[in-house]
Write a protein that binds this ligand. Structure first.
Ligand SMILES: *Cc1c(COP(=O)(O)O)cnc(C)c1O
Length: 349
């Protein structure tokens, strides 16, 4: 089989959740963010593992993800939808008991008119200018919205991965100004915010990337491995070229391995002539361009023909691969292909 294997260590995900739960101040609830198919790792197994570890509240990006998650988790855990209550969502929100985080007056109106008495939260914009109500908009409707009984007021930090960035304090102050005295539970911190310290934690934290072993949570247990099968190998002579555009030319006799996996599987084309793969602890350079379904690797120095090479694993984290590609670990993880075979590693292994 030429399908690459993505291994996901569920025990590590559970350990990361417990550690971030511990890092969240006492009395603070720790949720779990599982949007985008649990950052590419597979919603079903990951969400059940987090529920078992103790997570009682989950965040997804859109209502359809919430529907899928409810079917996985069954009744009980709270499922919050970050994009709020969009036109067409009402029946799903009601039938599957989802909690939309309302982002605008439009959404507030839609929610309170279509589902009076149904749980909701409010997302506020404390300076990122992405989702949520801005200060002036919120001030104008806060009394009316608070009257309807939101169960959470939340906002999101733009620069939490840079602890010294002035934006963190500025957003903290803005969030206080918009929410102090409301008596409603509050949430500001994702993974980065948890690491900024207790004054960012409020009543609930919302870690995502840290659960999956990514920066800025440097202490995380590693979670993913990705192994690409070798389809064939060939010996080429000095002067022969490899791959589209002939961007790599052998300087000496070279053994080239062609591996199953390419940009259609979420391996960025910017890894061309730049990334390293691993045979155990031995690095093997990616040579030539990443193509749609295939990459080529120099294995001249290996004493054997490997069955597969690792592109993610103990020697290369998603963040390290992202550094080579000029992106972030989040993008590497969420780009990971549906085409890969996912192997879940559970406790004790
Ligand atoms: C994605 C997201 C999170 C999780 O962020 P991480 O950096 O992955 O921990 C939390 N809150 C909101 C609003 C988000 O969009």
């Amino acid at each position: 089989m030429a399908t690459a294997t993505l291994s996901v260590d569920l025990e590590a995900i559970a350990a990361n959740w417990r550690a971030l739960d511990k890092a969240s101040a006492t009395g603070v609830q720790t949720a779990a963010v599982v949007k985008a198919n649990a950052y590419g790792l597979g919603l079903s197994r990951v969400a059940r593992c987090l529920a078992q570890a103790g997570a009682r509240r989950f965040f997804v990006a859109v209502t359809e993800e919430g529907v899928t998650l409810r079917q996985i988790l069954g009744p009980g855990p709270q499922i919050c939808v970050l994009s709020g209550h969009m036109a067409g969502d009402t029946e799903m929100v009601a039938d599957l008991d989802l909690t939309p985080m309302l982002n605008s007056l439009d959404q507030v109106t839609r929610h309170l008119e279509s589902l009076p008495g149904h749980a909701f939260g409010v997302q506020l914009d404390s300076g990122m200018s992405r989702l949520g109500m801005a200060e002036a908009e919120w001030e104008a409707i806060a009394p009316f919205v608070l009257e309807a009984g939101p169960e959470l007021l939340m906002s999101h930090l733009a620069c939490a991965d840079e602890p010294d960035h002035a934006m963190n304090e500025a957003q903290l102050a803005a969030f206080h100004a918009m929410t102090d005295g409301t008596g409603v539970p509050r949430s500001l911190a994702a993974t980065g915010g948890i690491l900024l310290g207790a004054k960012y934690h409020f009543d609930l934290t919302r870690p995502g990337i840290g659960l999956y072993g990514g920066r800025p949570y440097e202490a995380a247990c590693p979670v993913v491995g990705l192994s690409l099968p070798v389809i064939q190998t060939r010996q080429i002579a000095a002067g022969e070229a490899v791959g589209y555009g002939c961007t790599w030319v052998a300087q000496q006799p070279t053994r080239v391995a062609s591996l199953s996996g390419g940009y259609a599987d979420g391996l960025p084309r910017s890894l061309s002539n730049a990334a390293m793969l691993w045979d155990g602890d031995t690095p093997c350079p990616l040579i030539g361009r990443v193509s749609m379904d295939t990459i080529t690797v120099d294995i001249t120095h290996l004493p054997h023909i490997p069955r597969s090479l690792d592109i993610l694993g103990p020697n290369q984290s998603p963040d390290q691969l992202a550094d080579v590609a000029g992106t972030i670990g989040y993008e590497i993880l969420t780009g990971i292909s549906q085409r890969y075979y996912r192997r879940y590693v559970e406790g004790g292994k």
